[in-house]
Design a binder for this molecule. Sequence first.
Ligand SMILES: O=C(O)CCC(=O)C(=O)O
Ligand SMILES: [Fe+2]
Length: 444
Amino acid sequence: MVRVLDPVRHGRAIRDSVPFPSHVVTGKGTACIFDDCNLTCPNDQVVLKPGTKVKALSIGDGASLVDAASVGRGWICAERLKALPTLEAADCKCCGFSLPSNYFPRVSRDCLYEKGPAMCRLCESAVLVAMQRSAAVDSFLALAGGSDFKPWETFILANVGSFTVESSTCDYFGPHGQTCVDVCSAVAAVVAFQSWLWYVTCRTQKELTLRERPLRLIVGTRLKPVISDASTRSFSSYLSCPFSSEQLETWWCNASTRPCWEQPEVKGGALLPRYAAWYVRPGCSCAYDFSGTHWAPQDMPEWLLDIEDAVWKELVGPCDSDELVKPNSCLLNYYANGTHSVDWHADDEPIFEGTLRDCCIVSLSLGATRYFDMRRRRICGPQREQVRVKLNGGDIITMEGMLQKHWQHRVPREPGVDAPRINFTWRTIVAHRSEEGTRCPCSV
Ligand SMILES: O=C(O)CCC(=O)C(=O)O
Ligand SMILES: [Fe+2]
């Protein structure tokens, strides 16, 4: 087991060891970290043997505490760090550790999920030390042959997860003159950090089996499995349009004209490449924030509830007496034509807790046929699976279990398409907003 040193040197919060994944894939090969700390150089020239000195190291500058709610994906958006409020000094209720305000000036008080794993919130906070992007990480990115991450999604290394491999026989020099040691360190750091974040935020890397924790899937007899990945509890299924053309026409009429469609600017100043509207079930007042945009809640209107009813009837099926839980929110997207799209992402915002627990999202498409792609996250395994589904008007696709944690999805640009499309994604908010001032009545 790799020993992870506690950079903060206080308390019990940092583990002695972290359950590392056995490998991480880069664009140029596989860098492996085994339990006994074998580390394979990305250019396959050398294996840093067990016993190679590995020490914890801070990379970068400026420590910040990370909002655990923003790290479900493992990669942290620097933008969110800036949003963290300041914490006055406080004592941890579990371990009694006194969190000095001057050490971590930007710790968030409410940073952990209320309903997350039972653990000392302050301890958890205290260990989430993040560092700004460093040259070593840049070299990792370069090696990875680009990344899935947008430029503003800065890599941030926790000093708990950074390693300097002190001896190596490899004379590899990277594109920017980095040595193998630099690169391996960066890879190790990133892997370690991700594993560690997953560990502290999700408690486990391995999902429970369906037997250990049963999952009621909407597979029915009529839905066709698209993704059925029990090892990560990730599922998706598809139902070809079961609705009449009259229904589709009425729904299109309502959905295209009634919502107050908005197309705000995303971070960087560009317009969101589609229009959207955010609805919640009456009683809930949760806004939805994603990609730097903010969506005020609107109560689900009758016409939308009618569509939801019809969709749910199809999903449950006539013979299934079990009530399929109704969602409490719905995001509508309007794609004016093929230039409109949604890039790779997961619906992993904190309000859905899709990286912490099973999460069911049901999608209905109307109008133009568009592709819907899903791909497994790179860190999950050596193979990056990707599936493409053609969604026609009236088609339904589900995303279930822990799919939002392990997979991403998108609707790619298709410049040849000149007709509009509307998509509904029904979701369940489980962590209702509890911030002062915007507290939802459904928050417990
Ligand atoms: O339009 C679609 O099919 C998907 C939309 C989506 O993924 C989203 O809004 O999060
Ligand atoms: Fe999505």
